[in-house]
Ligand binder design. Structure first.
Ligand code: ZN
Length: 289
């Protein structure tokens, strides 16, 4: 593994800004390293604090309690949650006049509240804001918002919840689960939550051929390297005008074949993003963000 040597942090930030300014196409991958501290967020909600120690909780009921409280906080524009969403907004402001696409593998649900165009976003690992049947009986997903709001009201009113309170599939009666991939062996994960967007992404990829392209990878682990890490390396290698910026606290390395085609930044990607965009107080129209 060979890395660029001797570049201090500020020169790397400057280089990333130059690459972005020069690029025609920008692909941003938001990985699990960008995950917000959801525990700290939901602790701010009194309804969550009331229920967190309930002993009869199952994994699924715990998930419903956490997501219902997180949904409530996000809908209420909780200040702490907004700070991360604001960073995503600034990321979008930064690339929106480019030919861009965003892959979000971070399933904490916060990115969905950003201003980024949904038609230029794909979430292959799912989102807590979609539901599917535990058995995936119809291979479809539904919006979670209304059921999460109802569930939150129930949490407010009752000291405890039980299995009967968990929403069920209207087709087969099995519990509904959140449309988030539970690891590589999750055969019941409903892929129809994202496949249409994946096709858009693949079609969009064709437009980047031979174009000046910046691949910005923020916190992609080795959970599913075939989704972002390996394809990004391949694109950086095959497209003579592409450049990969890999931001990761631990896994920022890349292979020797990408020498002069990639840069590794050993940093918390959320901190990097704030620093990258922090100095930019106005957008391209001169308005304050
Ligand atoms: Zn079902």
């Amino acid at each position: 593994m060979k890395q660029e040597q001797g570049q201090d942090e500020s020169s790397k930030l400057r280089r990333v800004k130059e690459l972005a300014a020069d690029a025609v196409c920008v692909i941003v991958a938001i990985g699990d390293g960008m995950r917000a501290d959801v525990n700290a967020l939901i602790q701010r909600d009194p309804v969550y604090r009331k229920h967190e120690k309930t002993e009869a909780k199952t994994a699924l009921s715990d998930e419903w309690i956490r997501n219902a409280c997180l949904f409530h906080l996000l809908e209420e524009k909780d200040a702490l949650a907004q700070s991360r969403i604001f960073d995503y907004d600034r990321l979008w402001q930064w690339i929106r006049f480019k030919n861009y696409f965003i892959i979000c593998n971070n399933t904490d649900g916060l990115f969905s509240y950003s201003l980024a165009d949904r038609k230029k976003t794909v979430m292959p690992f799912g989102t807590p804001w979609l539901l599917q049947c535990e058995e995936n009986c119809t291979d479809t997903v539904t919006e979670a918002g209304a059921l999460l709001t109802d569930f939150y009201e129930r949490l407010k009113q009752r000291p405890e919840i039980d299995a009967a309170d968990l929403p069920r599939c209207p087709h087969c009666g099995k519990p509904l689960r959140f449309n988030i991939r539970r690891g590589p062996g999750d055969k019941l994960y409903c892929e129809n939550g994202y496949l249409k967007d994946w096709i858009s992404y693949r079609n969009w990829m064709q437009t980047t051929m031979h174009q000046k392209t910046l691949l910005l990878e923020l916190g992609e682990s080795f959970e599913a390297p075939g989704v972002v890490r390996f394809p990004f390396e391949r694109m950086a290698y095959l497209n003579e005008n592409a450049f990969l910026v890999r931001v990761n606290e631990r896994f920022y390395q890349y292979g020797p074949e990408l020498q002069n085609k990639a840069m590794g930044i050993a940093k918390d990607p959320a901190v990097f993003l704030s620093e990258l965009l922090g100095g930019k107080a106005t957008n391209d129209n001169g308005n304050r963000l």
